[in-house]
Write a protein that binds this ligand. Sequence first.
Ligand SMILES: NC(=O)c1ccc[n+]([C@@H]2O[C@H](COP(=O)([O-])OP(=O)(O)OC[C@H]3O[C@@H](n4cnc5c(N)ncnc54)[C@H](O)[C@@H]3O)[C@@H](O)[C@H]2O)c1
Length: 363
Amino acid sequence: MFKIPSQISNIFKNKKVLITGHTGFKGQWLSVFLKKMDANILGISLNTKTKPSHFKLLNLKIKNKYFDISELKKLKKTINSYQPDFIFHLAAQALVKKSYINPYQTWSSNFNGTLNLLEVLRNYKKKVNVIMITSDKSYKNVEQKSGYKEDDVLAGIDPYSASKSAADISITSYFLSFLKNKKNISVVVARAGNVIGGGDWSEDRLIPDCVKSWSKKKTAKIRNPNSTRPWQHVLEVTWGYIILGAFLKKKKKVLNGQAFNLGPNYEKNYKVKECLKIIENYWPNIKWKISNSANKSYESKLLKLNSKKIRKLIGWSTVLSLKQTLKMTAEWYREFYENKKIITEVQLKEYINFFYKKNKIKL
Ligand SMILES: NC(=O)c1ccc[n+]([C@@H]2O[C@H](COP(=O)([O-])OP(=O)(O)OC[C@H]3O[C@@H](n4cnc5c(N)ncnc54)[C@H](O)[C@@H]3O)[C@@H](O)[C@H]2O)c1
């Protein structure tokens, strides 16, 4: 049976891990990784699932609590009674388009939710390692060609990005004002790029929108074919969060209070239309066309991350090429639609083998 190398898995084995946003796209894959390492997981999310739901299909044996993290009392009670050893904070309203439709709810989940977690940590007595997930969109987007570095200005424009920037700033403020001197608390911030992979059926995301059309043999409509993004596979990012958590536990002095970019290793950022042309190789007969109703709301077009810091300090870097990323994504959905198979674990194994061939993690 496949096992994740003990160097990392021993750190999470039998540990209590709290994941906020565990039913979301990344939360599901993160839960699979942590389950494989025998962690005891408690997940907090809203009780809204996509149709179909990868989370439901996985049928993971984990504890679930469904409530809004902008409710401070509930969050406090849950954390204080569960007493986690690790917290992965992912819960957020994560869609830019939805943030224009419902800005208040987006701010409430993304900013107040993070603030509430920080407030609970301020008075928390047990030892805990916290991995705060913000975004590449936290950075002030000046459409620059060189990648953003961790100490660049944070200032998103659209409600999603701005709420993530504000959350990011609140983490630094709480860290410097209250958490820095607490022996029991260790915190890092992780900023990744646009994540793709199997099992995502969210609204208004490129791959899920295409997949929904392709599964019905329809033509997918593409709004912004020339936008570029730091596309990366969900396995790369969720495994990166886990490695960050492991290092935080072992090397608190080096990592505590710092932010890390987890961007792809590619030389360049690819356009939406370039990605679609690659996918055509792995999913025969799919069709797409450029939609006339281009997205008129502001959404940054050029986003690139500089990930030298995490590479240097930890040795983590992405290992999949864009082709492999898109191939794995297409294969996951094709197996689901054509053979009714969920190949999440198969891909996890494939990925870990590949990761250790290319990366040397020294803990
Ligand atoms: N998907 C990406 O490409 C991407 C890129 C950069 C950063 N991020 C960040 O990564 C994290 C996870 O993203 P995702 O793609 O898995 O998002 P998702 O939309 O798929 O899932 C969001 C999860 O958060 C939960 N949630 C939302 N609001 C909540 C609230 N108020 N209280 C409790 N739970 C709540 C949802 O129930 C769900 O489980 C988010 O913080 C997001 O901002 C995502």
